[in-house]
Design a protein around this ligand. Structure first.
Ligand code: GLN
Length: 484
């Protein structure tokens, strides 16, 4: 049951080959048996999941079922879930039970999805390895001595280990695509504004975007279609119709123009990853696409620009956590200031504090022009690079991350080395364009990903390219050994 695609689950439920209760119980039992080895989940709510499954079965019987009725799902613990703890990987929100659902959660529930639980993540989505979670690191199902990537590492590990057929995730600088690459999954970050941020705990509001971690482009297309669309409760939500992503999956790639940025096949790329990506590009050529070299000249500046803008936005977003209204409050405060200071000192981990300090500094009078304004100017240049490139090509392709999964501790002592994990993914967030990662090979038994970047609002195209690629290859069907 846990190997079935979303489409297969849907039709099996419709034909009553199994019930929503049976498949939900199956996944809950797998989580109970396998997750102690992975730590992919922070919260599993068996009773709520089983109640949701019974309601789905009733809807299926009554003929009132939504399009994903009875499909089990895991949500990244950054999405608010009504009545279910939402920790965001932090001690700060360890006791936070939201009184409402995020729009993404609400829409998927309306479509009939059954929530299995909440997945582990880097604290406030800051990280590339899941080592910054207050709830402990997540292990990569392909090799439990290695990281699953981050910050959506719990969602990625859960889907890769078949503990959930699909999961929600978020991507501010690569947190869907990099864990997808490191865990052998298909992960899509849609256009900024495509998926509502309402109820998605804010890290860097101009970059954050919700999306999907799935085992195939077809599954990702189905789920994204149910999540996406205008939301009046998010002021940056785009009021544009959402196409049927599944309808265009099979479109022919003949004549498709694919550009490969020469800056993306650089010296920092692992030779095995480079070989796999080049083989993936050759496969796309066999499928009819025309592949050529392009340039995104400002892309080497994306990491420095991001590490001013993202911390600046995080420092303002995280100012709300003060121990007063909700979240962690220190014991026995001496006075108001002591309560603020100690609640934040004890509630936040080191990486979050580092970002708050950097961001506050970059925004302070006298430094604002030197850092924040400069970074915004670079951001504009990076967006213009994409604009110019998309005048000549339809899709941009390259690696998703510089190397396969690394070992715990290998990068966590040096923040800059860790920040370079996102060197190929950050530019798409700065420009707001959609991007995904598909499995493109194995290097020493570990998966690597190929990134496909599309024009604004053109998720359908990159999903189509990914799907055609997956019809011609079987990398996405490989599964981690050692997890039964
Ligand atoms: N790894 C990047 C960071 O630490 C991106 C995180 C994300 O996309 N949420 O900020």
């Amino acid at each position: 049951m846990h190997e079935l695609s979303l489409e297969a689950i849907r039709s099996a439920l419709a034909r009553r080959e199994f019930s929503a209760l049976e498949i939900t119980t199956h996944f809950l039992d797998r989580i109970a048996r396998i997750d102690p080895r992975l730590n992919a989940f922070v919260t599993v709510d068996r009773e709520t999941a089983l109640a949701g499954a019974r309601a789905a079965d009733a809807a299926l019987a009554a003929g009132t079922a939504g399009p994903l009725c009875g499909v089990p799902i895991a949500h990244k613990d950054i999405f608010c879930t009504d009545g279910m703890r939402t920790s965001c990987g932090s001690r700060m929100l360890g006791n936070f039970v939201p009184p409402y659902d995020a729009t993404v959660v609400e829409r998927l529930a309306a479509a009939g999805c059954v929530t299995l639980g909440k997945t582990n993540m880097d604290e406030f989505a800051m990280g590339s390895s899941n080592e910054t979670s207050y709830y402990g690191p997540v292990r990569n199902p392909w090799d439990r001595e290695r990281v699953p990537g981050g910050s959506s590492g719990g969602s990625a590990a859960a889907v890769a280990a078949r503990l959930a057929p699909v999961a929600t995730a978020t991507d501010t600088g690569g947190s869907i695509r990099q864990p997808a690459a490191l865990c052998g999954l298909t992960g899509i970050k849609p256009t900024y504004g495509r998926v509502s941020r309402h109820g998605m705990i804010a890290f860097a509001s101009s970059l954050d975007q919700g999306g999907v971690l799935a085992r195939s482009a077809a599954d990702a297309a189905l789920l994204l279609g149910a999540m996406a669309g205008f939301d009046p409760r998010d002021s940056t939500s785009i009021d544009a119709p959402v196409p049927d992503y599944c309808a265009s999956l099979d479109a022919d790639l003949a004549g498709l123009r694919i550009g490969v940025p020469k800056e993306y096949l650089d010296a920092g790329l692992h030779p095995g990853t480079e070989r796999a990506v080049r083989a993936g590009l050759a496969e796309l050529e066999r499928l009819g696409a025309r592949v050529r070299e392009i340039s995104l000249p400002h892309s080497p500046l994306s990491v420095p620009a991001y590490y001013v803008i993202a911390p600046a936005e995080c420092s303002t977003n995280l100012a709300r956590f003060d121990g007063v209204r909700y979240g962690y409050r220190c014991a026995d405060p001496q006075d108001l200031f002591d309560m603020y200071a100690r609640s934040r000192a004890e509630g936040f981990g080191d990486e979050v504090k580092r970002r708050i300090l950097v961001g506050t500094y970059a925004l302070s009078a006298g430094y604002y022009d030197a850092y924040y304004r400069k970074a915004q100017q670079i951001r504009r240049l990076i967006a213009q690079d994409f604009h110019a490139a998309f005048a000549e090509v339809d899709v941009i392709a390259g690696p998703a991350s510089p190397s396969p999964a690394f070992r715990f501790g290998e990068k966590s002592t040096d923040p800059v080395t860790m920040y370079l994990e996102d060197i190929y993914t950050i530019a798409a967030n700065l420009a707001g364009v959609p991007a995904l990662s598909v499995p493109v090979g194995l290097v020493d038994g570990l998966p690597v990903g190929m990134q496909l970047i599309g024009r604004h609002l053109d998720e359908a195209r990159i999903l189509n390219v990914a799907h055609r690629f997956q019809q011609a290859t079987d990398w996405h069907l490989r599964r981690p050994g050692g997890i039964d």
